[in-house]
Structures are given as C-alpha cells and as structure tokens.
Design a protein around this ligand. Structure first.
Ligand SMILES: Cc1cc2nc3c(=O)[nH]c(=O)nc-3n(C[C@H](O)[C@H](O)[C@H](O)COP(=O)(O)OP(=O)(O)OC[C@H]3O[C@@H](n4cnc5c(N)ncnc54)[C@H](O)[C@@H]3O)c2cc1C
Length: 596
C-alpha cells in the first residue's frame, strides 16, 4: 500500500541551512546544548519509527476503523494501534519536547515539529491520540495549579495517559458562547459536571491507561455567552493518592461517529453524568485557558496537512515514473517500451510539482513558526519573547487554513496522477483525500481562521503585527533587490508585499462603513497573505539553492526548480484572489435569504 520515507534531507535543509537552528538555539539557554548531531539523530530515528511502525497501520486502520461497545462504553482502536502506541511511549517519543521537570526530554519545539510531520505522513488518525495529549499538556502547564501539574503532567509527558479537548456540543461548534454543559461546585473543592459533548476526537479508546478530558462548562450564575465559560479537568479514572488510576468517573462514550476519513481515530459523543472535575484557572475565564490548547491544536492541524501533502506527493511520484501511457509530445522518451512513463507529460509534472511546492513551503513555514515558539518560550530577552509571540499569533491562523486548503488541492492532484487507480482504494490515494478534508473544518473552520487573521490579528491592532512581519520581508527585498540572479523571486515578492499593504488598508477603510466587508474579504485575503509568506520563504530558499548550483548535490537544483515552479504557477493566483477580496460584500449580501 504505497510507501513513505521521511524527507530527512529537506528537513535538514530547512533546519540547518534555511533557519540555522543550531545558532538560533544557542541564544536560548535551555537549548544551548542542542546541536546538529542531536537533531539529525532524532530525525533519523523518527523516520524509522514512523515509516516502520505507523505507516503500515495507516490503510488497515482506515479499513477497519474503531468499534464502540454500547454496553461497556468502550472503544477498540484498529488492530496494531495499541501496540504501536506502546512502542511510542517506550521509545520516549511522547516526552520529546516536554519540560524535564515533568519527565520530558527538553528538546525544542522546532525539532518536535519535524517529528510531527513524519507522524502525520505515516498515520494522521493514529497521531491524533498523542497529538491531543500535547495540547492538554501545554494548557495544564500554563494554567494548572501546582497540584494538578504534579499529578497529571508526568503522566501526559510519559504518554501513559492521553488528553482530549471537549468543546463542541450538538447546538454549538463555532459559537461556544452558547454551550450548556454545567458545573456545580462541591464541598471538597471539586465540581460536578453534566452535559453532552459531540465530535470529541480520541474521547474514548484502548491505547492508554487513563484519559484526561479538558471540558468547557458553565458555573452557576455565569454571564451569558463566551464570557461565562470555565474550563475543567475531568479524568476518565480518578487518580489515587499514589498516582495510579482509581474509580471510574461518569464521563462515558455514548457512540462514535461514522465519517468520511480518519477512520482510525475515534470521534466520540461524550456524556457527562455528574462527572467529577477540577477547575483549570479562574471561573468564567475558561476560553482564555483553552486558547493555549486551541492554538497548539491549530498548528497541529497544519502539521496534519503538511504530512498528508508529503506522503501523497511521494506516492504520486513513484507511480508517475512507473506508469506508462501515451508518448511525450516531443517524441518517445522510452522507445523500447510501448509508451512513455507519465512523468514525461507536462500536466502530470504540474500536479506533482504542486504537491512538492506545497510540502516544501509548508515545511519551511511551520518550522519557522515552531522556532518562533521556542523563542517565545525560552529567549532570555523579554522584548524578543514578545515579538516572537506576536508573530506566532499572526501566523497561526495562516498555518491552520493555508496549509490545510493547500493539502486539499495537493492530495487531490496526487490522486489525479493515478487516474482511475487513484479513485479506487487499492493504492491508498483516496484515503489521503478523505483524511485531508476534515483539516479544513475542525479546530475552527478555515473561514473562522480567516476572520481571526483579518478581523482580530490584523485590523484589530491596526496592522501592527503584519507591519512588523512585513518589515522583515522589506529588508530582505532591499538587501537582495539588486541581485539580478534573484530578481525572478525578489520582484514578485516585493510586488505582492505592496499589494497586501494596499489591500489591507482598503478593506480596513471599507470595514468602517460596513462590517460585512471583513467577512466578505477574509477567505481570499488569508490566501493572499499565505502566498506572501510562502513567497518570502521560497525566495530565501532559492537564494541558498542558487549559491549551491555548482554543488554535486542535486538537491539544490531541485530546490531551485521547485521555487521557480512556485513563483510561476502557484503564486500568480494572488491576482484573482485580490480581485475577489476587493469585490466587496454587495455581491454576497444582495440576494434575500428567501431567494436562495
Ligand atoms: C472528525 C471531527 C473531529 C472533531 N474533534 C473535535 C474535538 O476533539 N473537540 C471538539 O470540541 N470538537 C471537535 N470537533 C468539532 C469541530 O471543531 C467543529 O465541527 C467545528 O469547529 C465547526 O463547528 P460546527 O460543526 O458546529 O459548525 P457550525 O459552527 O455550525 O458552522 C457551520 C458553518 O457556518 C460557518 N460559520 C459559523 N459562524 C460563522 C461566522 N461568524 N462567519 C462566517 N461563517 C461562519 C462555519 O465556518 C461553517 O462553515 C470535531 C469535528 C469533527 C467532524
């Protein structure tokens, strides 16, 4: 069922040559010992684990799916998932980027990021079990009490226990202000929680000893709307004094959803029937605490889509070199065979290069953001930490929406390379398309990400964060603008930067008159800014590749060709997107709802 080889050479290029992480990490005292050898070793071992253990379970997990037993409220994951998780825990993978204070290995987020790409390429559905634990770890670490941290963090770090996020209810997904789950205070300081949650990923399963649910609910007399939401820690089994699992808590799985993709992951309806929980942070400030989890998860969803883009691309390349159909338009390339391999055809190459460029762009982008997170959390200078935090805030919705939209395009193109053989299950390509689709929806739909970017992150601070990021692009353009060899990259980058500035101001002005202008422009606007970010990164990578064109390592020729393809074929869609974003709200709002 296809194959997966971790793209270690490109990861090393991004980490060592593009981001120069070793130097960057030297400025962070907690990571000053992390050198290229450690990084390369983790990449190698991660590649072996993901390709050897998880990838073989991807297709079988999809076919088999999870099984729910209504009598016992238990969920059985597909064959092999549990054993693979045991290997993951024993290998210390769960602890990779966690704090040594809680048993973690204390390695940087930027390295964990590469490992997560591999995990997701190998098996997105499986990766969601430990992936959610990581968000729960981040949230508890930042907002938990000392006692909560002591009891729960070591278990999450080791991977013995997993985590979930319980936000969605049947009547509210995007609009969490409407949620109804209730929490009543108890004399012992705990809370009794009642409610129904739906669509809870990894809500019940057989892979870990205990599951820690992070649940949003309302306390008595809470204000209406999102200002009246609190966050609770609700374990499946109540921990005993000695840290072992005790009594079963009444938070149970009533059913699992039948769905389009990620069949190996259990999507659970969770019933809380007076479950015991403990508040995280302050009453009515739950969304604030949950945002730590949500932001981690948004970046995680971007990584899911990068993983799928890469693995779909790899398999499409293998097929395109092997499958023979028709002759090249410029004459036979393979005269001893009755036809040429389809990789000779220009449009097959367009499809392959689309996947390649979106994978390489996303790898550079997410690694950059991950490094900014390391700086935000560990740089000794407060100003640097604040600047990094602002950039992460600005870029997070772009990671979530741009990468997932691109993966939907790229996996579909990769499937198309297979012709009819892509549509049938045998080759595994249709699974990548199905799995990729959810990434545009959960963790805040891509529309909501676009509104967050344009409304909150950009117009909400009068463009300050965007301007700051834009200054980096401007300096790069100024420094390299006179280099003729680079003009094919620098000119379109500089022009797009100017266009984004103008477009942002125009939408901002229109929004003063009519708030619908923001909603009407947000989705194409995010895509335009996504392309600005990719143009910036591809231009920098092309510069490095150009300097190495005399090298015997053909990697640099391929990198340059990919950057050229990106600027020639993908980035130009910004012209249409800008027209769409400028077209205003009238063409959307004029039609009366009853005329639809
Ligand atoms: C497989 C799967 C796994 C999931 N895992 C989890 C999980 O682990 N935990 C959890 O809590 N939830 C989870 N979810 C829920 C998921 O996060 C929600 O489905 C998602 O946030 C959207 O909410 P909704 O489905 O209620 O859609 P709605 O909120 O009803 O939205 C419907 C449509 O309206 C649009 N819309 C809504 N408001 C606006 C607006 N202001 N402007 C423009 N458009 C708007 C949306 O973009 C969407 O297109 C999961 C869902 C699925 C399918």
């Amino acid at each position: 069922m296809g194959q997966y080889v971790a793209p270690i050479r490109d990861m090393q290029f991004v980490l060592h040559e593009f981001l120069k992480v070793e130097d960057e990490l030297k400025a962070l005292p907690d990571y000053s010992e992390v050198d290229a050898d450690i990084i390369n070793q983790v990449l190698e071992e991660g590649g072996k684990f993901t390709a050897g253990v998880l990838f073989p379970l991807n297709h079988s997990g999809d076919r088999e799916g999870c099984k729910h037993d209504a009598a016992t409220h238990t969920v059985t994951t597909p064959k092999g998932f549990k054993e693979a998780y045991k290997q993951y825990v024993e290998g210390g993978w769960a602890a990779l980027a966690c704090d040594p204070e809680y048993g973690g290995q204390g390695l940087p987020v930027v390295l964990n990021n590469s490992f997560y790409e591999m995990l997701n390429s190998a098996n997105q559905a499986w990766t969601m079990y430990p992936g959610l634990s990581h968000g729960a770890y981040e949230c508890l670490k930042e907002h938990g009490t000392a006692q909560q941290k002591e009891v729960y963090l070591p278990k999450l770090v080791s991977g013995e226990w997993t985590g979930t996020m319980c936000l969605t209810e049947p009547h509210c997904g995007t609009d969490l202000g409407m949620l109804r789950s209730k929490a009543i205070p108890q004399d012992d300081g705990s809370w009794k929680i009642t409610g129904n949650k739906i669509f809870i990923s990894a809500g019940e399963h057989d892979m870990s000893e205990n599951i820690l649910h992070l649940v949003l609910a309302r306390v008595p007399d809470a204000p209406e709307g999102s200002k009246g939401i609190s966050l609770f820690l609700v374990p499946k089994y109540l921990p005993k004094e000695d840290g072992s699992v005790g009594e079963r808590n009444p938070i149970t799985c009533g059913a699992i959803e039948e769905k389009m993709g990620i069949h190996g992951n259990s999507t659970c309806q969770m019933n809380l029937d007076g479950a015991k929980g403990w508040i995280i942070g302050q009453p009515n400030k739950g969304l604030n605490a949950m945002f730590v989890f949500m932001n981690a998860a948004r970046l995680g969803v971007g990584m899911q889509s990068l993983g799928l883009t890469e693995v779909a691309y790899q398999n499409a390349v293998i097929y395109a070199k092997d499958r023979i159909q028709m002759r090249s338009l410029t004459g036979p390339k393979n005269p001893e065979q009755p036809a040429d391999p389809i990789i000779v055809h220009a449009d097959v190459r367009r499809m392959l290069l689309t996947g390649r460029a979106y994978a390489e762009g996303a790898r550079a982008f997410t690694s950059y953001v991950a490094l900014q997170i390391d700086r935000e959390l560990h740089h000794p200078d407060e100003d640097v930490r604040k600047e990094a935090a602002d950039e992460v805030a600005l870029l997070t919705p772009i990671v979530k929406a741009f990468i997932t939209d691109n993966a939907w395009i790229a996996t579909s193109e990769a499937m198309q390379v297979f012709g009819g053989h892509g549509y049938i299950a045998e080759w595994g390509m249709e699974q990548y398309v199905r799995d990729a689709r959810i990434n545009l929806i959960y963790e805040g739909t891509n529309t909501i990400q676009s509104l967050d970017l344009l409304g909150r992150k950009i117009l909400g601070d009068n463009g300050a964060k965007l301007r700051k990021f834009g200054e980096k692009i401007k300096s790069f353009v100024e420094e390299n603008g006179l280099d003729e060899n680079l003009s094919e990259f620098i000119t379109p980058l500089g022009e797009l930067g100017d266009k984004v500035t103008k477009l942002t101001m125009e939408i901002g002005m229109k929004a003063f008159q009519n708030a619908d202008e923001v909603g009407a422009a947000a989705v194409p606007y995010l895509r335009v800014v996504g392309h600005l970010v990719y143009s910036y990164f591809f231009a920098q990578m092309a510069k490095i590749a150009l300097e190495k064109q005399d090298s015997t390592d053909t990697f640099y020729k391929a990198k340059l060709a990919t950057a050229r393809f990106y600027f020639a074929r993908l980035q130009p869609e910004t012209a249409t997107l800008i027209r769409q974003a400028r077209s205003g709200s009238a063409n959307l709002m004029a039609l009366d709802a009853d005329l639809f």
